[in-house]
Design a protein around this ligand. Structure first.
Ligand SMILES: *Cc1c(COP(=O)(O)O)cnc(C)c1O
Length: 366
């Protein structure tokens, strides 16, 4: 028990691949002297991801946030955008950053993704798009969203930052919508330290993205239109290539950890788990729990901290409280975001550590 009591348990730990694997890629970079601007390792990573997700176009970029911004531009999203108040701030801020207006619809209290009825209720003649998050990697109601989008001629952009490796109805969750974006930030299940990606099956959108991510360059001295620098460096791509072969193994390790949590937490009253939608092979990116009250949540955080265990209030505060958005009632999202907590989740978390975390939670709830 001694070392467990003193060891710090963070909410997440960035995986670092065997150093030799990374150095192997670095040697190639040093030989070529090609460090960025769509280099061979970026292209190799893009090809591997296309095959892995079975998606015709994958662009590896400098961050998930830049991916969102480029996707919003590529889709020509303007005016009002229906989006979720229960996500990371980048979902909302990217919409506002592009000069569009985020309009929040409320979430489903069980799956925590956008409620299609609430989406439809928020549509006006100014609406151009739906930007929905597969929060924690839980699939949105993709069929309902597609039907609404068709009916009202809206674009669909999925913030799939958490969805690496999630399969929904037998295919990658990245295959849904006009565009999906991923984040490859170090805290995510697959990472390039900093990075992100745009995925689409639409060749016209892909062509726009290819210009947008590279300053609008069309050859050396011509420009197709406005653009930004979304380039991923070769050193970042090397990290992704070193990690990619391990992802399946991570997912099964996380599945095991998640089952240990389930086993202990089922015994504790006052806690409920969000529901993963049917026909989903989950990636176990997060382990969120919902308490009966914020008071219980705060008591648990304090108790865990005393034991050097760190959870995170993903996702709090509710994005409807941001000072640059229009107020709109989203009572379910506001309530859930006050009561939800993500427990530590990373591959090397041990059975005894999970048992210890759950014991501390149980004691805190009395
Ligand atoms: C991490 C994250 C982003 C932003 O990705 P970065 O790579 O950190 O820029 C966007 N949306 C969600 C839901 C995220 O969790």
């Amino acid at each position: 028990m001694l070392d467990i009591d003193t060891a710090l348990i963070p909410v997440t730990k960035a995986y670092l691949p065997p150093l030799d694997d990374y150095v192997g890629y670095l040697s190639g970079i040093w030989e070529r002297g090609w460090v960025t601007n769509n280099g061979p390792l970026v292209c190799e990573l893009e090809e591997k991801l296309k095959a892995y997700f079975d998606i015709p176009f994958v662009f590896v970029l400098s961050s998930g946030t830049v991916a969102l911004q480029i996707a919003i531009k590529a889709l020509n999203i303007q005016n009002e955008v229906i989006t979720t108040p229960f996500s990371y701030v980048a979902t909302t801020s990217s919409i506002a950053w592009q000069g569009a207006t985020p309009i929040f619809a409320d979430i489903d209290p069980d799956t925590l993704v956008l409620d299609p009825q609430q989406i439809e209720a928020a549509i006006t003649d100014q609406t151009t798009a739906i930007v929905a998050t597969h929060i924690y990697g839980y699939p949105c109601d993709v069929d309902a969203i597609e039907a609404i989008a068709k009916k009202h001629k809206l674009s669909v952009l999925y913030d799939a930052a958490h969805a690496f490796g999630v399969q929904h109805r037998g295919k990658s969750l990245f295959q849904y919508g006009d565009i999906s974006i991923a984040s490859f930030h170090a805290t995510k299940i697959f990472h390039t330290i900093e990075g992100g990606a745009i995925m689409t099956s639409n060749p016209e959108l892909a062509e726009k993205v290819s210009y947008l991510r590279n300053f609008g360059h069309h050859g050396e001295d011509q420009f197709q239109g406005i653009g930004i620098n979304g380039n991923c460096s070769e050193l970042h791509a090397a990290m992704g290539l070193s990690i990619l072969p391990h992802v399946e193994e991570f997912i099964s390790q996380r599945n095991q950890i998640s089952q240990w949590y389930d086993q202990f937490l089922l015994e504790i009253p006052h806690i409920r788990r969000p529901q993963i939608p049917a026909q989903t092979e989950y990636n176990y990116a997060y382990y969120p729990v919902i308490f009966n009250s914020e008071k219980q949540l705060l008591a648990v955080i304090t108790a865990l901290n005393t034991q050097n265990i760190f959870s995170r209030r993903y996702f709090y505060p509710c994005l409807s409280t941001l000072n640059y958005v229009q107020p709109r009632p989203v009572p379910i999202a506001e309530d859930i975001s006050r009561r939800i907590l993500c427990l530590p989740m990373y591959q090397t978390l041990s059975y005894s550590e999970v048992a210890h975390i759950c014991q501390v939670i149980q004691d805190a709830l009395g």
